[in-house]
Design a protein around this ligand. Structure first.
Ligand SMILES: Cc1cc2nc3c(=O)[nH]c(=O)nc-3n(C[C@H](O)[C@H](O)[C@H](O)COP(=O)(O)O)c2cc1C
Length: 219
């Protein structure tokens, strides 16, 4: 997808980042709960969502004052929540020390800058004990055709050998892009599976799709 085409996504992004106010502090690393007969204690649901890493102080609160935008939940946080509600697990938000710009054009440019530099943005939160998890549901938005570089930092920070990583992604047209192959390169000793992939435009209505996918999915 071209930079020009992606610029048209700016409005949706503004809606998404406005969720910072709605959602601040609502979800962090939650306690694991077992649902649908799964072994939830072994499951980590790690997610990166754009609105979780932008500089909230740059958001103009008047943008969403009267619209439903104030209750829009960041896409990948929502997908992670659907997974948690269906199979259970420990939720973990991948967050960066650095705060990203709010405007889509600047954000997209920074995404490409990091991709081209193969950057590893420093993370501000860490999983206490990764060794307890056997399965990691990794949820991220397609950024510039692949994983955000902060997700690469996350994948290099821990030893995922012998674990199963289930990649799930939302996007505005590019699907998984090269993200699954890129995760495999970063985690050569893990089983990396394609999980849920869906449009970032209607995540609020996608819970049934996620539940259906989880019911059919073979680990
Ligand atoms: C920096 C940036 C780059 C993006 N690059 C792509 C892309 O290359 N292809 C695509 O289909 N969508 C792209 N998108 C759209 C996101 O994948 C989509 O909006 C996603 O649902 C956002 O989820 P989130 O709100 O949880 O971050 C991009 C979004 C951002 C912010």
């Amino acid at each position: 997808m071209t930079v020009k085409k992606l610029s048209s996504l700016g409005f949706a992004l503004i809606l998404s980042v406005s969720a910072v106010f709605y959602n601040a502090g609502a979800w962090g690393q939650s306690s694991s709960t077992q649902k649908q007969g799964g072994d939830a204690g072994n499951v980590l649901i790690a997610y990166f969502t754009t609105s979780g890493v932008v500089d909230a102080s740059l958001i103009d609160p008047s943008i969403d004052a009267t619209s439903q935008a104030s209750v829009v939940i960041p896409n990948m946080e929502l997908i992670a929540r659907y997974i948690d509600e269906t199979i259970g697990g420990a939720m973990f938000a991948i967050k960066t020390v650095k705060k990203y710009p709010v405007g889509f054009k600047e954000l997209n440019a920074m995404g490409y800058e990091e991709l081209n530099a193969n950057a590893r943005p420093e993370l501000s939160v860490h999983v206490e004990d990764m060794s307890v998890y056997k399965t990691v549901y990794l949820c991220y938005p397609n950024w510039c055709g692949t994983i955000p570089m902060a997700v690469a930092t996350f994948l290099e920070e821990y030893d995922f050998s012998g674990k199963t990583i289930v990649a799930s992604c939302t996007h505005f047209g590019s699907g998984f892009g090269s993200s699954v192959q890129d995760i495999r390169k970063l985690c050569p000793n893990s089983v990396v599976k394609e999980g849920f992939v869906g449009s970032g435009r209607n995540v609020r209505e996608a819970k049934n799709d996620v539940v259906r996918w989880l019911n059919e999915f073979q680990l």
